[in-house]
Design a protein around this ligand. Structure first.
Ligand code: NZQ
Ligand code: ZN
Length: 359
């Protein structure tokens, strides 16, 4: 095992009704909150209303910025940061999935020193502080609620990149599994794929971390066990809760401590596909994984065999890759470009971007 520092300062509230704590927590940081959300799902399903009610009860005023798109864009980060600065907000609250919460994280990093958002993302400027960040999770997938990362897209620069810094851990995250009942079947399946991918990206990283490997296997097993029953019963609280906690743990340090680094090649390839074709994040992962595993079969055959026997009871007649690909297909996620409607004529432009960006 490598040396490591285990650090995760997120105060995480988990379970039914936990958002009732948001007002008491928020008022510790100030009286005006910039509340960021997406294209309206959280207004329709009542989550926004809950948050607003509890904030008001504690005397916290809200400034709203909405319209964040899946695969969030730098222009929204800039505009939300200006709105926050103009209104002297004290904290930033994201209500949504990864796209919204990642936007909130970078907005919070830009406001105190009026920093240009893309310079923050590219580390051209170094952040020294950030406003307190709160996350109210409405979609299970990314793990952003308990990690130090944000991923933002810049169409002009032709980049979708991640940024990591201890200053952008949420101060508080609120995880109510009931808030995810309205997530549709496809998006639920994407969440399963993303959380499995996060566990695997860590597993295929450098260095030996036997306990972290066992966490990976447990998390992937849990996700596969839950997937089909949950898709059939979207309002099953226990299944939603199990998926939520598995997802948080897939990318909050649990699966990485003791390694030199994670792999994250599949995410890097996937981000280029989101950039070019605006595909949902997890669809890019279910497309790239089967191809990437063929490459890994030559590099780390032992690691794949372990996964194969642990997760699919594989022997010499079948492989982990076959099992995983079948599983992704069984929950209706694309396992190649054609299934996502991207034909062979696009191959050249994909390769060009990989070369240009040195993926
Ligand atoms: O915009 P609204 O109306 O809110 O609809 C959203 C959106 O269309 C909808 N949704 C969210 N909660 C819902 C709901 N619909 C019904 N009921 C609810 N309760 O879901 C759609 C997708 O939302 P999005 O936030 O884009 O999904 P996800 O959580 O998968 O986030 C994807 C983004 O996170 C990045 C990805 O690259 C992508 O940009 N990632 C962030 C990571 C991190 N910060 O650690 C790591 C990940 O690997 C990933 O890269
Ligand atoms: Zn991901």
């Amino acid at each position: 095992m490598e040396n490591f520092v285990a650090y995760n300062p997120v105060k995480l509230f988990f379970g039914k009704g936990v958002v009732k704590n948001i007002g008491n927590e928020a008022i510790k940081h100030g009286t005006t909150a910039l509340v960021i959300y997406g294209k309206g799902s959280v207004k329709r399903n009542g989550i926004f209303n809950d948050v607003e009610t509890y904030l008001k009860q504690s005397g916290v005023k809200i400034i709203e910025y909405s319209g964040i798109k899946p695969n969030p864009i730098i222009e929204d980060v800039e505009m939300a940061a200006h709105l926050g600065t103009d209104n002297s907000v004290d904290l930033v609250i994201g209500i949504g999935g990864g796209s919204v919460i990642d936007t909130a994280k970078i907005v919070a990093a830009c406001i105190p020193d009026n920093l240009p958002a893309w310079d923050v993302m590219t580390s051209k400027v170094k952040i020294k502080r950030a406003l307190p960040i709160f996350a109210v999770l409405s979609l299970v997938a990314t793990g952003t609620e308990m990690n130090r990362f944000a991923v933002i897209q810049n169409q002009k620069e032709r980049e979708k990149i991640g940024f990591g810094n201890n200053l952008i851990y949420p101060k508080c995250s609120f995880l109510d599994p009931e808030y995810t009942f309205t997530v549709d079947t496809q998006q639920t399946a994407y969440g399963i794929v993303d959380l499995i991918a996060h566990a695997l990206e860590n597993y295929f990283g450098k260095g030996d971390a036997p306990l972290a490997d066992k966490f990976v296997i447990s998390i992937v097993k849990e996700a596969m066990l839950i997937a089909n029953p949950l898709i059939a019963n979207p309002n099953d609280y226990e299944l939603r809760a199990r998926m939520m906690w598995a997802s948080t743990n897939a990318l909050n340090g649990t699966t990485s401590y003791g390694r030199v680094s994670g792999d994250f090649a599949v995410h890097a390839f996937g981000h280029t596909l989101s950039l070019l074709y605006d595909l949902p994040h997890a669809a890019t992962l279910s497309i790239v994984y089967p191809a990437w595993l063929k490459y890994l079969e030559k590099l780390v055959p032992g690691k794949l065999e372990t996964l194969g026997s642990e997760l699919f009871g594989c022997d010499e007649t079948n492989s982990f890759n076959e099992g995983l690909t079948k599983f992704f297909s069984s929950i209706n996620c694309p396992v190649n470009l054609a299934e996502a409607g991207i034909d062979k004529t696009k191959r050249e432009e994909i390769k060009e971007l990989w070369i240009e960006k040195d993926v």
